[in-house]
Design a protein. Structure first.
Length: 290
């Protein structure tokens, strides 16, 4: 990406969680983005009837390095082509417009997720996963589908990975982990108690912890050493199996997997070839004899 983006998405998605003074600042920025990027923190505080200190607190709430970081992201947003809003499905809608809407929604979700993935946090996640003895991916419900997808990917490059959806089994695995192991907690809402407890258990035994949640502070992300975020996606009312959130999570896992694989490229290609040959061997063994 040629420039940092995602500032306006961050402000929109965090708006409901912000305290009153920070909400005033966020509202002013969203309504006047071009003016905001030319102001100092003190000037923005005056324009929004708050203070420079409140501007700094807002940046901390957004998990950014500072006001300059936020301004750079907003400036990047202003260079982008305007994007369409997430659109809901209407009663008796035609299959053609459903195809168009679902495709547009998915593209928007993927783009927003890419903007919200911190390069610094992603680098930390890559490092611990690359050096991990064992990895456990844990999610509940729809998020367990993401965990299983992650397990399948990492197994193919010779990583010892598990993805039990039973919390007792997950707890048993994590209880035997140590400092060279990693637990990845996956929860779109960030409020899944079981995922937060598994990460807490992992912290207690000294394992590294990574969370994958929608953007913003939550009980799951608060338990993680490394926090990865997806777009909140403004999931349409008419939803089936959390469509947009699932795509956002899968996209984040794909990025994480490809980054780890790229760090050990030659070894990765070797393992991918070996696993492909193993599957081909099984298929050939099951062919009926003539």
């Amino acid at each position: 990406m040629a420039f940092a983006t995602g500032g306006l998405v961050m402000l929109s998605e965090m708006m409901a969680k912000l305290p009153p003074s920070e909400k005033k600042i966020a509202t002013y920025i969203l309504e006047n983005p071009r003016d905001a990027i030319s102001l100092t923190a003190s000037e923005l505080g005056k324009r929004s009837s708050t203070s420079g200190a409140a501007v700094i607190r807002l940046c901390k709430s957004l998990d950014l390095k500072g006001f300059q970081d936020l301004k750079l992201r907003i400036a990047g947003d202003l260079q982008k082509t305007p994007q369409q809003e997430i659109r809901d499905i209407e009663p008796n809608e035609s299959k053609y417009t459903i195809i168009e809407k679902m495709t547009t929604n998915s593209i928007q979700t993927i783009k927003e997720t890419a903007e919200l993935l911190s390069a610094d946090e992603l680098t930390k996640a890559i490092r611990v996963l690359e050096n991990a003895n064992s990895i456990h991916f844990f999610g509940v419900g729809a998020s367990n589908i993401i965990a299983q997808d992650a397990q399948q990917k990492f197994i193919r490059i010779n990583k010892h990975a598990t993805a039990f959806n039973d919390i007792h089994m997950a707890a048993t695995v994590v209880a035997n982990f140590g400092k060279n192991d990693v637990v990845v907690g996956i929860s779109f809402s960030g409020n899944t108690v079981e995922v937060a407890k598994i990460l807490e258990l992992a912290n207690n035994v000294g394992a590294s912890t990574i969370s994958l949640t929608k953007y913003g502070s939550s009980i799951v992300s608060e338990q993680a050493d490394i926090r990865l975020y997806t777009s909140a996606t403004r999931e349409p009312t008419f939803r089936s199996g959390a469509t947009s959130s699932r795509i956002a999570q899968l996209h984040a896992i794909d990025i994480l997997f490809m980054c780890v694989a790229a760090q050990q490229y030659e070894e990765t290609v070797k393992h991918i070839d070996e696993t492909r040959e193993a599957i081909d061997f099984i298929r050939k063994s099951n062919r009926p004899k003539k």
